[in-house]
Write a protein that binds this ligand. Structure first.
Ligand code: DC
Length: 222
């Protein structure tokens, strides 16, 4: 079957990556988490005290950053590396989550990430999730999914994941971080989160993972 590009966009914590991983596995496609790239860049900026309000500092810092994805042989999933270090897990910390949407508004950061995303997807057979994949990175993608869910449902899902790593985290903290990120992601000047005109909406507030996968697979093999 002809390989296609599947672009999945949507709000934070509405299961984009879960669906993207499952679709990639079913179809034998590559899965790329574009948010992990913005998170890894943010981690670099935080660790190196980069003043990201200053364009020159951002440009210089980006020159020092090499991002790559490598497959974990045990899980079969791609993990993100920052200058050769596996940062897949550390980039999920709230410290990074609190700053990533701000860093993702920076023009130079977006250009840096989008260039690499297009290169990775040039051979098709890819599922990429993010905020601007169907609108900016791959406007020609054969299938575009726009995912959404009730914001409390999303906060509870993310809280359940985070509390395992950090028992002090509260649901209110997670919800307010999500709300702030949703606001910034939809209101930024460059490539804000919007539904592409030709995207299909999946609201998974009431869907099980199996139901949402079936739905998406139906679109993918149409
Ligand atoms: O999908 P995520 O929560 O890991 O994404 C982290 C942040 O990165 C999110 O707040 C917005 C930003 N992002 C983006 O601007 N564009 C993308 N394609 C992916 C993520």
């Amino acid at each position: 079957m002809k390989k296609i590009v599947i672009a999945i966009d949507g709000f934070s914590s509405c299961g984009k990556s879960t669906l993207a991983k499952q679709l990639a596995q079913k179809l034998g496609y590559l899965y790329i988490d574009s948010g992990a790239m913005y998170r890894a860049i943010t981690l670099y900026f935080l660790r190196n005290h980069v003043d990201w309000s200053d364009t020159q500092s951002v440009i210089q810092a980006l020159e020092q950053i090499a991002l790559s994805f490598h497959r974990d042989p045990e899980t079969g999933l791609n993990e993100v590396y920052l200058n050769g270090e596996n940062v897949e897990y550390i980039i999920r910390d709230l410290v990074v989550a609190e700053k990533v949407s701000e860093v993702a508004t920076i023009k130079e950061v977006r250009e840096f990430a989008v260039k690499q995303q297009r290169h990775i997807g040039s051979n098709k057979g890819i599922v990429m999730d993010g905020r601007d994949i169907g609108t900016t990175v791959f406007p020609e993608a054969e299938l575009k999914l726009f995912m959404t869910a009730d914001s409390w449902v999303r906060a509870k899902r993310r809280f359940n994941e985070m509390v395992l790593k950090n028992p002090h985290v509260t649901l209110e903290e997670v919800k307010s971080n999500l709300d702030a990120r949703d606001y910034m992601d939809t209101h930024r000047a460059i490539s804000p989160l919007t539904k592409a005109a030709d995207a299909v909406t999946i609201d998974n507030s009431q869907l099980t993972m199996e139901e949402q996968l079936d739905l998406a697979l139906n679109y993918a093999v149409k």
